[in-house]
Design a protein around this ligand. Structure first.
Ligand SMILES: N[C@@H](CCC[C@H](N)C(=O)O)C(=O)O
Length: 279
């Protein structure tokens, strides 16, 4: 079958066009496709299905033609993927499968509807406003790092590093520990340090992330939204614009009273034919 490879700030995805939802996509198949030696390699899979043809998208079929069926590289589902939705929209636009109406293209996801806008080379998606709901902690090596639990449709734990601790020095080859009572379905963990001042924005943060289901990635869009919401909250603000630098580039997050805009580059880089394993 045809596949397309794309990425947003280095968060890379294998796109599988499956308009009628006919493909028998299993966790094992997703894990094989995402394997960087035995497969194509990616942080996740974006299956492109008509909303009406997928049980998780059907309720939104009146509002969006296409459903982003997102899978993590280990074959688990996630409710939402910020960078994935931006790459998904790039694919829909470049192939002509969809076109914006009045500048806006809606996409159905497991976390509800996201609305996308093309913004020069960047694609911006409007998602739900991040909800800060608890304090918790991550453990890493011998460290216990306090953080804030944030719901962006999917779960996040944002841990600002104490001064003196270097972001680049963290060993994220292993999963950080977290409180399973608070995060029963697992959590994406972001580690942050302040960035230098940038004119015209309310905060600037640098982050690394260990994603649920995908290990360390070069970027996480929903993670950037969670980090921005915590940075604004710590600055005594509820809304504003935050520059979030990830290892794979730069994302801009704008939190409004009701929504959160995530903007950054989204590129398609290759197409090919995937030979599916014999059943
Ligand atoms: N990289 C994504 C998030 C993907 C899902 C996440 N690993 C989860 O399990 O919640 C993003 O850009 O938001």
């Amino acid at each position: 079958m045809e596949f397309i490879k794309g990425h947003g700030t280095g968060n890379d995805f294998v796109i599988l066009p499956d308009p009628d939802g006919a493909l028998d996509l299993t966790p094992d198949l997703v894990a094989t496709i995402c394997d960087r030696r035995r497969g194509i390699g990616g942080d996740g899979v974006l299956r492109v299905v008509r909303a009406a043809k997928h049980p998780d998208g059907a309720a939104l079929a009146g509002e969006a033609e296409w459903f982003m069926d997102y899978w993590n590289s280990d074959g688990s589902f996630a409710e939402m993927c910020g960078n994935g939705s931006r790459v998904f929209v790039r694919y829909l636009l470049d192939t002509g499968l969809a076109a914006p109406t009045a500048g806006v293209l809606p996409v159905a996801t497991r976390a509800g509807l996201v609305r996308a806008r093309v913004d020069g080379d960047a694609i911006a998606v409007e998602m739900r406003r991040p909800r800060l709901y608890a304090t918790s902690a991550a453990t890493l090596g011998g460290l216990t790092l306090p953080g804030t639990a944030v719901d962006v449709g999917n779960p996040h734990l944002v841990c600002p590093l104490p001064s003196g601790l270097d972001l680049a020095g963290l060993d994220l080859t292993r999963a950080p520990g977290f409180d399973p009572a608070l995060f029963a379905s697992g959590v994406n963990v972001e580690f942050t340090v302040p960035g230098g001042p940038i004119d015209g924005v309310d905060a600037h943060v640098r982050m690394r992330v260990y994603e649920r289901g995908s290990a360390e990635t070069l970027s996480c869009g929903t993670g950037a939204c969670a980090v921005a919401a915590v940075a604004l909250h710590d600055a005594g603000r509820e809304t504003g614009t935050v520059v979030v630098d990830v290892p794979g580039g730069r994302l801009i997050v704008t939190v409004t009273d009701n929504f959160c805009w995530l903007s950054g580059p989204a590129l398609l880089i290759a197409t090919g034919t995937l030979t599916l394993p014999a059943p």
